[in-house]
Design a protein around this ligand. Structure first.
Ligand code: ADP
Ligand code: MG
Length: 846
């Protein structure tokens, strides 16, 4: 019953109708010359300007685009592809199985959106349509492959490189050029980061994105939009004007120095732990010595000489400071390496996942201090004076890129954004394509409907029943037997695992039996496309983590169909059924044969959490010695329930987290970026207006909020402004501030003044935004860690966050005034106490 009301069933007739109109128009457009065909784009734009809608011109536009595809790459789009593209014209996710040809759907659909984006007679008002792919390789491949089609249609097409190319010459220019095209290929990650970067720019000419973001078409939409929905993209870096002890760069430097990393120091710094403080410190202790009872640390004279060199620095204050900072950082690094111990003074606590700079999703751990008295984690507590940063640097060094250590230097997260927040930037939103949709999630998180496109040829895939074993080891044995049997007759096999660890485990079994295989995952990702191309060959065994090689389809070698097609094995089920379906969908493309089978054991992670932990523990014991598969259906059903439970819980968590981002982070970010952009783009007069505006607004705040009064004492004689009448009081403050401001700028060159004040004001916004984000993140993680959500969780969060936001804005205004009135005040010499309520966190000294 429910299905009758789905978007698909309600719209099927209409969309199939469009498709048959497209087919009828085929001969009309195939008779046009290339030139005539390319002029059709202008004609469609004219119709749209003239009041026609995209629906009116859709059959003709799709027929024209279809013709262009045929002429340029020789493929004739199937009806299913036209249907998918037609459905997508209205912010829809088209669900289409792997191998059905979503790459051509992108082209058809983007053409429709591009017509609208470029319909204006004034070219400067044109927007771009972005085609967002799951990885860099696909963006590049699809751009090269499809550019000629768009050009024939009179549209320009570009490809945006990711950050890894940022040292290459002309990086900025190339990027700006790519963003100025009608159709832009990029990964979602690249565009999101470029957007964050643009909002840190100090010169408007350095912005990457220079055209309106009109619409985005997201390929492999489930991966980008659902799997990574609450994984924030984090733009990090250092900031100018901050005290240098405790910056990541310095902590890293000291850590490499102490560990003897090449290029920093040739050998590790040695250290002796001494029980008691001795007066006569001797270099017999090595490079350094730590006194355990006081934690006083001394560096040997030789080491100090290494750090300070033998230059005379007594007259150079800034060099003195720099070297002093270096010395303290190295002292901290010595303590971090030789004194502080993981699982003693602190633990690594998993706090989620994030996308690392190499584009891989990794686990994130924070260094959480443990009370040595109670053995419990001390929430929100950090070491001071660079010690926290030193421990984190040491842990990051030990992590060696396998996972991420959250670095807590105050100003490292310059900005963050999640995908649900990011896609709001597109004027007409997004649409997308996916092999496996989660209709409820797309609706819930993005408000997008799913259209389920029937496969061109009905699927011939055979899904075999899941096999359940008591122990992991019996499961692996069974999988290896299964692989061996299928491999004997040369059937290609794709084995999906949930993690690199699981791949490792399975591979050690395969090695033991000398079964050959190729591996594909975040570590073994070289030649990804080649490996996928070979995965459908006779006798090939491919061990891949679930996400690896997505977007490239597995073609079967001749003769493989007779062997039963590709055989897909899932080593264990995911905590989300959609990801299982994704793996299963990799075989049996376009009506080919294909078989899938999942394995499970009572020791699997999924079974051991929550539901299973309570319900299945007894069975685990009962079946302990059984090496053959478990056939009891009650147990099998309970194992299935584990997945359903996990899925439900993670959906609920994701929903809350997403709401927090959309209702709070996004709202605050939009306001801050808007203000920043106003300042960035202002000319002299506009800048003065902005400052005058600030004076007006802030004067009101001062009258309304007595706590603000003391904050302007250093600017004006506030007491003599006082008046019983609030309006008069306000006007007095306003004119006092204004006069002070007028006097300050009177003797300055306007141009110099403009540039100077502009960068000061931007600095102020940036540094407050960064700490605001940090507070929000802290507040968010304390809610998320608590794990149980009441009805008012979100309301409370919003209320507290907005309070912080108001207070941040007051501080920004106050500081902006301070600098506008005293433009040459040394940066950082005036700091407002911006602690709010006092419970944000506290620091301890070691
Ligand atoms: P998907 O992204 O849906 O998995 P792809 O776009 O990668 O599928 O296409 C799968 C394969 O089908 C490619 O080799 C492609 O060239 C081929 N293909 C797609 N559309 C057509 C078509 N209309 N006619 C012939 N081959 C097609
Ligand atoms: Mg694809």
């Amino acid at each position: 019953m429910e299905d009758l009301l789905s978007y698909t069933s309600l719209n099927k007739r209409r969309i199939e109708n469009i498709c048959s109109l497209v087919n009828k128009l085929e001969s009309k457009y195939s008779s046009l010359s290339d030139y005539e065909l390319s002029k059709m784009t202008d004609r469609f734009r004219f119709y749209l300007r003239d009041g026609k809608t995209i629906d009116d011109i859709m059959p003709d536009a799709l027929a024209v685009c279809k013709e262009a595809i045929k002429r340029k790459i020789g493929l004739v789009p199937y009806d299913t592809q036209v249907i998918a593209a037609a459905s997508m014209s209205d912010n829809i996710i088209a669900q289409m199985a792997t191998g059905e040809g979503k790459t051509l759907v992108q082209i058809l659909s983007s053409y429709l959106y591009a017509l609208e984006a470029t319909k204006d007679a004034d070219k400067s008002k044109w927007g771009s349509v972005h085609i967002l792919t799951a990885n860099e390789y696909l963006a590049q491949r699809d751009k090269v492959q499809n550019e000629a089609i768009f050009n024939l249609l009179g549209l320009s097409c570009g490809y945006v490189e990711d950050k890894s190319n940022s040292d290459k010459p002309d990086y900025l220019k190339k990027k700006q050029k790519a963003y100025s095209q009608d159709i832009v290929y990029a990964t979602a990650k690249t565009v999101a980061f470029d957007y964050l970067d643009d909002n840190q720019a100090f010169d408007i000419r350095n912005k990457y994105i220079n055209r309106e973001l009109y619409h985005a078409i997201v390929d492999e939409a489930d991966d980008i939009l659902l799997d990574q929905a609450v994984t924030p993209l984090i733009l990090s870096g250092t900031m100018p004007g901050l005290d240098i002890v405790g910056t990541i760069d310095l902590a890293n430097y000291a850590c490499y120095f102490v560990n003897g990393v090449k290029g920093y120091r040739n050998r590790p710094v040695t250290c002796t732990l001494a029980d008691q403080f001795e007066k006569n410190i001797d270099t017999k202790f090595g490079d350094s010595i730590i006194f355990k009872d006081t934690l006083r640390t001394f560096l040997s004279d030789d080491l100090l000489k290494e750090i300070y060199g033998d230059k005379d620095i007594s007259h150079d204050i800034s060099l003195q400071e720099e070297l002093f900072n270096k010395e303290s950082a190295i002292t901290n690094a010595v303590l971090a390496k030789y004194y502080y111990k993981r699982n003693k003074q602190y633990i690594l606590r998993e706090i989620g996942k994030a996308i690392d700079t190499d584009g891989k999703v990794k686990k994130v751990f924070e260094v959480a201090l443990v009370s040595e008295a109670t053995g419990r984690v001390m929430p929100k507590t950090k070491y001071r004076n660079g010690m926290q940063e030193a421990i984190e640097a040491e842990e990051a060094f030990l992590a060696d890129g396998k996972y991420i250590i959250k670095r807590s230097t105050k100003n490292i997260e310059k900005s963050t954004i999640t995908y649900p927040e990011f896609v709001r930037l597109y004027k007409t939103g997004i649409s997308g394509m996916t092999g496996t949709s989660d209709i409820e999630d797309f609706k819930d998180i993005y408000g997008l409907e799913t259209y389920e496109v029937d496969p061109r040829i009905p699927s011939a895939r055979k899904d075999e029943e899941t096999e359940l074993y008591s122990k992991k080891e019996y499961k692996y044995e069974a999988i290896v037997r299964d692989i061996y049997e299928r491999h004997k007759k040369q059937q290609p096999i794709l084995v999906g695992t949930i993690s690199i660890n699981e791949s490792d485990e399975l591979c050690s079994y395969l090695d033991r039996y000398k079964i050959p295989y190729q591996r594909l995952d975040a570590i073994n990702h070289k030649d990804e496309a080649l490996k996928i191309a070979n995965a459908g060959k006779k006798g090939m065994i491919t061990i891949a983590t679930n996400m690896a090689g997505r977007g490239t389809d597995i073609k079967l070698e001749k003769g493989v169909e007779e062997l039963g097609g590709l055989y897909v094995i899932g080593v264990s089920k995911n905590n989300n059924k959609r990801i299982d379906r994704q793996l299963m969908g990799r075989c049996a493309r376009q009506g080919e044969p294909g078989v899938t089978k999942y394995y499970q054991s009572l020791e699997d992670e999924l079974v051991l959490t929550r539901y299973g932990k309570v319900k299945l523990i007894a069975f685990k014991k009962y079946y302990e010695d059984q090496k053959t598969k478990i056939t009891n259906h009650r147990v099998i059903d309970m194992v299935d329930q584990c997945q359903i439970t996990e899925e439900g819980i993670s959906k609920q968590i994701r929903r809350i987290e997403n709401q927090i981002h959309l209702n709070v982070f996004s709202v605050h970010r939009d306001k801050v970026f808007e203000q920043r952009n106003k300042i960035l783009g202002a000319n002299y007069k506009e800048l003065i207006d902005i400052i005058v505006g600030i004076i007006k607004e802030y004067s009101i705040t001062i009258v309304e909020d007595p706590t603000e009064v003391d904050k302007v004492r250093h600017l004006i004689d506030i007491d003599s402004c006082y008046d019983e009448d609030n309006l008069k009081y306000r006007n007095n403050i306003m004119s006092a501030l204004f006069n002070k401001f007028k006097a300050s700028k009177s003797n300055m060159d306007p141009k110099k003044y403009l540039e100077y004040i502009r960068s000061r004001l931007l600095d102020i916004i940036d540094s407050y935004w960064v700490s605001h984000l940090m507070y929000l993140e802290d507040m968010k993680s304390s809610i998320m860690n608590a794990g149980s959500f009441g009805i008012d969780t979100l309301t409370r969060f919003e209320r507290d966050a907005n309070k912080l936001f108001v207070s941040m804005n007051n501080n920004i205004r106050n500081e902006m005034l301070t600098y506008s009135i005293n433009p040459y005040l040394e940066f950082g010499s005036y700091v407002i106490n911006n602690s709010i309520g006092g419970d944000i966190g506290h620091e301890i000294t070691h």
